[in-house]
Design a binder for this molecule. Structure first.
Ligand code: NAD
Ligand code: TYD
Length: 371
C-alpha cells in the first residue's frame, strides 16, 4: 500500500493520474497538492474529492516547510511531481514564472521530501517520481534516431530549459543526498481534461465554435502523441518496478505532422455531426453544422519562435525492462478524445475563463496568417 502526494493533480495529466490510481489502487492514500493556476481545475477531480477518495490541499510546490510538514503528518511515502508551468508559448512570453515553479519549485519539493523522509528514505521504501518531458532533448532532424535515455540534453524553449534544470536537480538530490528518485521523460500527451491552450483540445473547441484553426508555419512539425492513460500506466510501472536513479522515456510511437493530426480531428468531428443531428443545434457556429468540412477552418499562421521541428521517443527501455506497451493507438485515442469533449461541454466551458479568452485573443492577434 502506498501513500502518495500528487502535485499538480488538478492539471491535465495529474487529474488523469488521480482517476487512474484511485481506480487501480483503492486502498492507497492520495493527497493532491495544487496551486490552482489557470491550468488547474478542481472540477477535473471533484468526484474523487466529493467521495472522500482523495484529499485536496491548495498550495505551492515552492513551500518547502509546509510540504515537509504535510508529508510527515500524512506519512506519505511517494511523491509524484506533475506540478509545472507547461505551455511553450507562455514560456516564450514569461520565462521567469517557469523558472519559479519548474526549477525553484521542484527544488523546494525535493527538499521537503528530504526533510520529511530523512536518511532512511530508501530503507523505508520512499520514492520521489518526477514527471518530465521529451522536450529536454531538443529537436530532431527528419532522419535522426528517436530520443533515448542517453540522448544529450539540448532544450530549446524556456519551458524545456526549465524542465531540464529540474531533471538535473532531481538527479543531484539522488546523487548527493541519496533521495530515492526516478524521472520519466514523456512525449506529447492527449486525452480527457486537457486545458484548451494545447493543440488538440484547442483544435476540437475551435472547430465546435467555428474559429480558425491556427497551424504554426507549414504544420509539418512532428510530435509523438501519447494517450494520457498510457502515460499513467507507465508511471505505475516505474513506481512498482524501477530502481531509484533510473530515467525512463515514454512515447506513443507515432510520427504524424501537426497538419495530419488536426486534419484527422476535423474528420472525426465531421463524422460525429453526420451521425448525431443534435450536435448542429448545440454548436451552430461549427462548419460541420452546415455540412461543410471542418478542415476549411485551417489557417497557417506565423510560426512559433524557435519551434522544435520533430520529437520522437524511443520507449525501448521501458518496453523491454518493465513490460510497457501502448494500449491506445492514435486513431481510436483521437476518436475517444473528440467524444469526451463533445460529452463534457460543461467541463470545458467551466475551465475557459475570461482571462484565458483574453490571452488567446492576444496570442493569435500576434500570429497573423502566414504567406
Ligand atoms: P497542466 O498545465 O495541465 O497542469 C499543471 C498543474 O500544475 C495545474 O493543475 C497547476 O495548477 C499546477 N501548478 C502549476 N504551478 C504550480 C505550483 N507552483 N505549485 C503547485 N501546483 C502548481 O500540465 P500537464 O499537461 O498536466 O503536465 C503535467 C506534467 O507533465 C508537467 O510537469 C509537464 O511538464 C509534464 N509533461 C506534459 C506533457 C503534455 O503533453 N501535457 C508532455 C510531457 C511532459
Ligand atoms: P503544443 O500542444 O503547444 O505542445 P508542444 O509545443 O509542447 O509540443 O503544440 C503541439 C504542436 O502544435 C507544436 O508543434 C506547436 C503546434 N501548434 C500549432 O500549430 N498551433 C497551435 O495553436 C498550437 C497551440 C500548437
Amino acid at each position: 500500500m502506498r501513500r502518495l502526494l500528487v502535485t499538480g493533480g488538478a492539471g491535465f495529466i495529474g487529474a488523469n493520474f488521480c482517476h487512474y490510481w484511485c481506480a487501480a489502487h483503492p486502498a492507497d492514500r492520495v493527497v493532491v497538492l495544487d496551486a490552482l493556476t489557470y491550468a488547474g481545475n478542481l472540477a477535473s477531480i471533484a468526484p474523487l474529492i466529493d467521495t472522500g477518495r482523495l484529499r485536496f490541499v491548495h498550495g505551492d510546490i515552492g513551500e518547502r516547510e509546509r510540504l515537509a510538514a504535510l508529508i510527515a503528518a500524512e506519512t506519505l511515502d511517494t511523491v509524484v511531481n506533475f506540478a509545472a508551468e507547461s505551455h511553450v508559448d507562455r514560456s516564450l512570453e514569461d520565462p521567469a514564472t517557469f523558472l519559479r515553479t519548474n526549477v525553484l519549485g521542484t527544488e523546494a519539493l525535493l527538499g521537503a521530501a528530504r526533510d520529511a523522509w530523512g536518511a532512511q528514505a530508501l530503507q523505508r521504501g520512499c520514492r520521489f517520481h518526477h514527471v518530465s518531458t521529451d522536450e529536454v532533448y531538443g529537436s530532431l532532424s527528419a532522419s535522426a534516431a528517436a530520443f533515448t535515455e542517453s540522448t544529450p540534453y539540448a532544450p530549446n524553449s524556456p519551458y524545456a530549459a526549465s524542465k531540464a534544470a529540474a531533471d538535473h536537480l532531481v538527479r543531484a538530490y539522488g546523487h548527493s543526498y541519496g533521495l530515492p528518485c526516478t524521472i520519466s521523460n514523456c512525449s506529447n500527451n492527449y486525452g480527457p481534461y486537457q486545458f484548451p491552450e494545447k493543440l488538440l483540445p484547442l483544435s476540437i473547441l475551435n472547430v465546435l465554435e467555428g474559429r480558425p484553426l491556427p497551424i504554426y508555419g507549414d504544420g509539418l512539425q512532428i510530435r509523438d502523441w501519447l494517450h494520457v492513460s498510457d502515460h499513467c500506466r507507465a508511471i505505475e510501472l516505474i513506481l512498482a518496478h524501477s530502481a531509484p536513479g533510473e530515467t525512463w522515456n515514454v512515447g506513443g510511437s507515432t510520427q504524424d505532422p501537426n497538419l495530419t493530426v488536426v486534419g484527422l480531428l476535423c474528420e472525426l468531428v465531421d463524422r460525429a455531426f453526420a451521425a448525431d443531428g443534435a450536435l448542429a443545434a448545440r454548436f451552430p457556429q461549427s462548419p460541420a453544422a452546415a455540412g461543410r468540412a471542418s478542415r476549411s477552418l485551417i489557417q497557417h499562421v506565423r510560426d512559433r519562435p524557435g519551434h522544435d521541428r520533430r520529437y520522437a521517443v524511443d520507449s525501448g527501455k521501458i518496453r523491454e525492462r518493465l513490460g510497457f506497451s501502448i494500449g491506445t493507438a492514435l486513431a481510436p485515442g483521437l476518436e475517444s478524445t473528440v467524444r469526451w469533449y463533445l460529452g463534457n461541454e460543461a467541463w470545458w466551458r467551466g475551465v475557459v475563463s475570461g482571462e484565458y479568452r483574453e490571452w488567446y485573443a492576444r496570442q493569435y492577434a500576434a500570429r497573423p496568417p502566414d504567406g
